[in-house]
Design a protein around this ligand. Structure first.
Ligand SMILES: Nc1nc2c(c(=O)[nH]1)N[C@H]1C(S)=C(S)[C@@H](COP(=O)(O)OP(=O)(O)OC[C@H]3O[C@@H](n4cnc5c(=O)[nH]c(N)nc54)[C@H](O)[C@@H]3O)O[C@H]1N2
Ligand SMILES: Nc1nc2c(c(=O)[nH]1)N[C@H]1C(S)=C(S)[C@@H](COP(=O)(O)OP(=O)(O)OC[C@H]3O[C@@H](n4cnc5c(=O)[nH]c(N)nc54)[C@H](O)[C@@H]3O)O[C@H]1N2
Ligand SMILES: [Mo]
Length: 769
C-alpha cells in the first residue's frame, strides 16, 4: 500500500461525473488537471482540492443523542439534536441489531432503501449499487423507488407513446448529426452547456459546444424558448423567445395549429407513422371543446405575441428541424404534456427519424445524451434481486412517510403507501433533491430510524440517527465508465481516507457479517478483487470482437482504455421511418401515439388521452407574483462539494446567487448584489441577487444545490440563510400518471433583506459530545 500512496505525488488518473481528470497529492496539497483529450473541460473538478480535507467532511461514526438515549422511534428532534461519536465496531453492532429488530418485527417492507442520488462516478463503489446489493443479499429486500427526479414524467409517458425511454435519450439524434444535418434547432428549455458538463459514470469529451458551433457555421438556425437567455451558448446566436415558464405546451399547440391551418404540416407522415391524429386535431381546431388552440389563444397564456408564433411556425416548414425539450419542462405540474406535445410537433413537421431532425428529447441535458453507445459491456456491480418488490415513484417519499396505508394513483394503478420504520440512505441527499423541505423534515420525524452514509455533513446527515462516514472517491480505487463515453478510466487512489471514513463496501461488508451473511454480500472478494472481476466483462467483450484486450494490470498501469463504439444510426425511430412494418415502435399500436387508448383508459383528468393544455394550479398571483425557476447549478453537480472553492467562488456574500430582471428589482427597491429574501406559504430563504436583462421579467432564477442552512433549527419553518430553493418548491406529483418531481417551478415573492445578515453554518460540523 505504501508504494501506492507514494506514487500519488505523480499525477494519476481519476474520474468524476463532471469529467475525467488526473490528480496528485504534493505536500498535502491536492492538484487536479482535466483529461488532455477533453475539447471543452470544465472547472467543477476544482471543487476537489479544498473539499478533500474540509471540516465539513465526516471524521467518525456518529449517533444522535436522542436516539441513543431513548431508542428508535418517531422524533421531531431529528436535525436539531447533538451527536455522540462511536467507534466503528460498536456502531456496526448497534446498527446490525436495529436492522434485525426491524426485520424480525416488521419485515423488509418496513425499510425504505430507495436511496436516490448521484453518488460518485466509480462503478464499483457506486453507492446505490452497494446499498441495494446489501439490502437484497444480506437483509431480504426493501421498499424501492422507481424512476428519477430527472425525468419522472418523461420516463413513464414515453413507453406509452413513443417507445423505449432510454433509447429516446441515448440512441436517437446525436451531436454528430446536429453538426452535419440540422437546419434549424428549436430548443424548448435550451441546451445549456452548464448541464452537459455532467454525465453519470464520468465523461472524457465534452462535445456539445463544438457540435453547436459547427452547425451554426454551416448555417443552422437556433431558436431558444426559455425564460433564461443563457440556456443556449452565445456562440450559436440563437433567437430568444422568452415564454412564461410552464406554458410550452400551449406554445407548441399554437405552432401546430398554424402549421395545420396554413397547410404546412406533413399529413402523409402523420397518416403513415402515427395513430390518433384525428382525435387530437379535433381538440387542436376547437371542434372538441369550442376553443381553437391558435396563436391568438396562446399569446396571453405564453406571453409570446401571436404573430411571433405564426412566424416561427412558418420558418419550421420545409427545413430539417430538430425539436428538443429539456428535462426541466417535465419537472413541473403536468410535465407529461410538453414531452408528448414536443413529439407531436416533430411528427407534424414530418421530421422524426431523419438525420439531425425530429425529436431530440433532453438532448444536452446530460453529457451522455446524443452520443454513440459503447460496443462492449461496462463494469456494473450486480444489485441482486429484491424479493420484497414494493416501490414508490421516487418523488413521493414525503407523501409515503406521512401517509402510510393511503392510496395513490400511478401509471394506471391504484397503489398503497407502505408503513416505513427505517430509512437507509447512501449516495444521495434528499435535503438537496426533494421539494418542500419543511414537509420533508416532518416526514423524516415519523420514522424509527434514519441511517445515512455520507462523506460530508449534508442536511440529510444532520437529520440522521446513525451517520457513517464514507470515503470520498479520491480515497479509493475504482473504474470510471459511462455507457456513452469511449474512455474507461482506472481511477487510482489519490489520498488516504479522511479521519475514520470507510468505503461504503466495507461498511456493508461489516454489517452483512453482523447479519450472519457476509459472503452473500462480498462473495469473498476484496475491493481490488471486485475491480478485477468487473473488468473481466469488458475484457471478454473486447476479446469477442477480436480487439486488443489488455489484462487488468495492464489497464491499471495504462490508466485508461479506449472502447469501441457502435454506429450513429438514428436508433429505433430511423429504423421505424425506413420500414414501419418491419420495425414497429414498442408502443401498443407500433406507431407514435398522438392519442393513446391506454392513457385515456386510465381515466386521469391530470393526464388525458392526447396532449393538452392543462392550466397549472400554481400560477403567479397576489402574494406570490413571481415565477421561481429552480434549475441545475453551473459550478457543481447538485449539492455535491458545495463547500469546494469553485462552488463557493460563485456565491456572493456567502450565499447562492439568484438572477432577477432589473425591472422586477427596481419595483422592489433591490440593487445588484443585495441579499434578498424569497418566500411563499411554504418557506423562505435568503440569496444574493444578480440583476440581468437576460431573464424574462416576472421570473426569478435560483439554482439548486446550496446546502440547506436553517437559521433556527428549532423552528418548524426556519429561514434557510444560504439559498436552497427547495424550501419554496411544492411537493406534488406531475400528474396521477407519472407522479414525477415538480421541483423546477414554483411561485414566490421577493424582498430586500434588511435584517442583520445571519452567518452561514451549513459547512460547520454539528455539535458532537
Ligand atoms: N427544486 C429542484 N429540485 C431538484 C431538481 C430541480 O430541477 N429543481 N433537480 C432534481 C434532479 S434532476 C436530481 S437528479 C436530484 C439530485 O439529487 P441527488 O442526487 O440526491 O444530489 P447530490 O447532491 O448529487 O447527492 C449525492 C450525495 O451523495 C454523496 N456522495 C458522493 N459520493 C458518495 C459515496 O461514494 N458514498 C456515499 N455514501 N455518499 C456519496 C454526496 O456527498 C451527496 O451528498 O435533485 C433533484 N432536485
Ligand atoms: N453543472 C451541472 N449540470 C447538470 C446537473 C448539475 O447539477 N450541475 N444536473 C444534471 C442532471 S441530474 C439532470 S437531470 C440534468 C437536468 O437537465 P434540465 O432539467 O434540462 O436542466 P435545468 O438546468 O434544471 O433546466 C434547463 C433550463 O430549462 C429552463 N426552463 C425551466 N422551466 C422552463 C419552462 O417552463 N419552459 C421553458 N421553455 N424552459 C424552462 C430553465 O431556464 C433552465 O435553465 O442536468 C444535468 N446537468
Ligand atoms: Mo437529474
Amino acid at each position: 500500500m505504501s508504494a501506492e500512496i507514494a506514487a500519488t505525488t505523480e499525477f494519476h488518473p481519476h474520474s468524476s461525473h463532471w469529467g475525467v481528470f488526473s490528480a496528485a497529492l504534493r505536500d498535502g496539497e491536492l492538484l487536479v488537471r482535466p483529461h488532455p483529450g477533453d475539447p471543452d473541460p470544465n472547472d467543477i473538478i476544482q471543487n476537489f482540492p479544498s473539499a478533500l480535507r474540509h471540516p465539513a467532511r465526516i471524521a467518525q461514526p456518529m449517533v444522535r443523542r436522542g436516539w441513543l438515549e431513548r431508542g428508535p422511534g418517531p422524533d421531531r428532534r431529528r436535525g436539531r439534536d447533538e451527536f455522540v461519536p462511536m467507534p466503528w465496531d460498536a456502531v456496526l453492532d448497534l446498527l446490525g441489531g436495529e436492522l434485525r429488530r426491524i426485520r424480525d418485527s416488521h419485515g423488509p417492507g418496513a425499510v425504505f432503501g430507495g436511496s436516490y442520488g448521484w453518488a460518485s462516478a466509480g462503478r464499483f463503489h457506486h453507492a446505490q449499487s452497494q446499498i441495494h446489493r446489501f439490502l437484497n443479499s444480506a437483509f431480504g429486500g426493501y421498499v424501492a423507488s422507481v424512476n428519477s427526479y430527472s425525468s419522472g414524467a418523461a420516463s413513464v409517458i414515453v413507453p406509452h407513446i413513443l417507445g423505449n425511454y432510454e433509447e429516446l435519450t441515448k440512441h436517437n439524434v446525436t451531436w454528430e448529426q446536429v453538426a452535419q444535418h440540422s437546419e434549424m434547432v428549436l430548443a424548448f428549455g435550451g441546451m445549456a452547456l452548464k448541464n452537459s458538463m455532467v454525465a453519470g459514470g464520468g465523461i472524457s469529451e465534452h462535445v456539445e459546444r463544438g457540435a453547436m458551433q459547427a452547425a451554426r457555421e454551416r448555417g443552422c438556425d437556433f431558436v431558444l424558448v426559455s425564460p433564461l437567455r443563457g440556456d443556449l451558448p452565445e456562440e450559436v446566436g440563437a433567437e430568444w423567445i422568452a415564454n412564461i415558464p410552464g406554458t410550452d405546451t400551449a406554445l407548441m399547440l399554437a405552432l401546430v395549429h398554424t402549421l395545420v391551418t396554413e397547410g404546412l404540416h406533413d399529413q402523409a407522415f402523420l397518416d403513415r407513422f402515427t395513430t390518433g391524429w384525428p382525435v387530437f386535431e379535433r381538440y387542436l381546431l376547437g371542434e372538441a371543446d369550442g376553443q381553437s388552440k391558435d396563436a391568438k389563444w396562446a399569446a396571453p397564456i405564453t406571453g409570446v405575441a401571436a404573430e411571433a408564433i405564426r412566424t416561427l411556425a412558418r420558418r419550421l416548414h420545409g427545413r430539417r428541424v430538430l425539436v428538443t425539450v429539456a428535462h426541466a419542462l417535465q419537472r413541473a405540474e403536468h410535465g407529461e404534456q410538453p414531452v408528448w406535445m414536443g413529439a407531436v410537433l416533430a411528427a407534424a413537421l414530418g421530421q422524426i427519424g431523419l438525420p439531425g431532425g425530429g425529436y431530440g428529447y433532453a438532448l444536452g441535458a446530460i453529457g451522455y445524451y446524443g452520443r454513440r453507445a459503447n460496443a462492449v459491456p461496462g463494469p456494473t456491480l450486480s444489485q441482486g434481486r429484491n424479493r420484497h418488490g414494493n416501490y414508490i415513484p421516487v418523488a413521493r417519499i414525503a407523501d409515503m412517510l406521512l401517509n402510510p396505508g393511503t392510496q395513490y394513483r400511478y401509471n394506471g394503478q391504484t397503489r398503497t403507501y407502505p408503513d416505513i420504520r427505517l430509512v437507509y440512505w447512501a449516495g444521495g441527499n434528499p435535503f438537496h433533491h426533494h421539494q418542500d423541505l419543511n414537509r420533508l423534515r416532518q416526514a423524516f420525524a415519523r420514522v424509527d430510524t434514519l441511517v445515512v452514509h455520507e462523506l460530508a455533513w449534508t442536511a440529510t446527515a444532520r437529520h440522521a440517527d446513525i451517520v457513517l462516514p464514507a470515503t470520498m472517491t479520491l480515497e479509493r480505487e475504482d473504474i470510471g465508465y459511462s455507457s456513452h463515453d469511449p474512455l474507461m478510466v482506472a481511477m487510482h487512489r489519490i489520498a488516504e481516507p479522511y479521519g475514520e471514513a470507510r468505503d461504503d463496501y466495507d461498511i456493508f461488508a461489516g454489517l452483512s457479517g453482523r447479519l450472519g451473511v457476509a459472503e452473500a454480500f462480498t462473495e469473498g472478494r476484496t475491493s481490488r478483487e471486485w475491480l478485477h472481476h468487473l473488468y473481466a466483462r469488458t475484457q471478454q467483450g473486447l476479446r469477442d470482437q477480436g480487439l486488443p484486450a489488455p489484462d487488468f494490470e495492464e489497464f491499471w498501469a495504462a490508466g485508461t482504455l479506449r472502447l469501441p463504439q457502435g454506429p450513429d444510426d438514428g436508433g429505433p425511430w430511423r429504423a421505424f421511418r425506413e420500414d414501419p412494418e418491419a420495425n414497429p415502435l414498442p408502443t401498443p399500436s407500433g406507431r407514435i401515439e398522438i392519442f393513446s387508448e391506454t392513457i385515456a383508459g386510465f381515466g386521469e383528468a391530470s393526464c388525458p388521452g392526447h396532449p393538452a393544455w392543462l392550466p397549472p394550479d400554481e400560477i403567479p398571483g397576489a402574494g406570490t407574483p413571481l415565477h421561481l425557476v429552480a434549475n441545475q447549478p453551473a459550478t457543481r453537480l447538485h449539492s455535491q462539494l458545495d463547500f469546494g472553492d469553485h462552488s463557493i467562488g460563485s456565491k456572493r456574500r456567502g450565499r447562492e446567487v439568484a438572477s432577477m430582471h432589473p425591472a422586477d428589482a427596481a419595483a422592489r427597491g433591490i440593487a445588484d448584489g443585495d441579499v434578498i429574501r424569497l418566500f411563499n406559504d411554504r418557506g423562505a430563504c435568503l440569496a444574493a441577487v444578480r440583476l440581468t436583462p437576460e431573464i424574462r421579467p416576472g421570473v426569478v432564477q435560483l439554482a439548486t444545490g446550496a446546502w440547506y442552512d436553517p437559521e433556527d433549527p428549532e423552528d418548524d419553518r426556519p429561514l434557510c440563510v444560504h439559498g436552497n430553493p427547495n424550501v419554496l418548491t411544492r411537493d406534488a406529483g406531475t400528474s396521477a400518471l407519472a407522479q414525477g418531481c415538480t421541483g423546477q417551478l414554483t411561485v414566490v415573492e421577493v424582498e430586500r433583506f434588511t435584517g442583520n445578515l445571519p452567518p452561514i453554518r451549513a459547512f460547520d460540523p454539528p455539535q458532537a459530545r
